[in-house]
Design a protein. Structure first.
Length: 147
């Protein structure tokens, strides 16, 4: 069951850190973003945080699936839920991610298309190098999907 969490959002930090490795970056959006939790049989399977960016845009700031549930369709199902939830309220959803061989193909397979890039985002904004799929993340790649 997916439900929105309104209070004590930081209790899901361990799961959120799977989607964004630095707590100070999560702190930038967690309290004013909408946090969704997917629970199944008492286990936290996935979380997502979405913010209102104005002008018809919502942004997926964090999407994380617990390791034992990864690669089983939960991430895609959470994205489908979020797109349906925000359809009618927003024109499109955007997200930013690293130039990773793991995440970019996933989001593109979910219907998101690249729009622009912020050079050196991960170098300039994180206090440590971030590696994913054997590649150091440097640039932030933005993608969007019409709702």
């Amino acid at each position: 069951m997916i439900r929105q969490i309104f209070h004590n959002k930081k209790q899901f930090l361990e799961l959120l850190l799977l989607g964004d490795e630095q707590e100070s970056m999560i702190d930038r959006y967690l309290e004013w973003g909408d946090l969704f939790l997917w629970e199944k049989e008492g286990q936290n399977i996935a979380v997502a945080v979405v913010t209102d960016e104005g002008e018809g845009c919502c942004e997926l700031k964090n999407l994380a699936v617990a390791p034992s549930f990864q690669r089983k369709g939960y991430g895609r199902a959470m994205l489908d839920f979020l797109c349906a939830h925000y359809k009618g309220r927003f024109t499109y959803m955007q997200l930013g991610t690293g130039d990773s061989p793991l995440t970019l193909p996933f989001y593109e397979a979910c219907g998101f298309m690249k729009t622009h890039c912020i050079p050196n985002f991960f170098i300039d904004n994180y206090d440590h190098p971030i590696w994913e799929g054997g590649k150091q993340l440097v640039d932030m790649i933005y993608l969007r999907k019409e709702l």
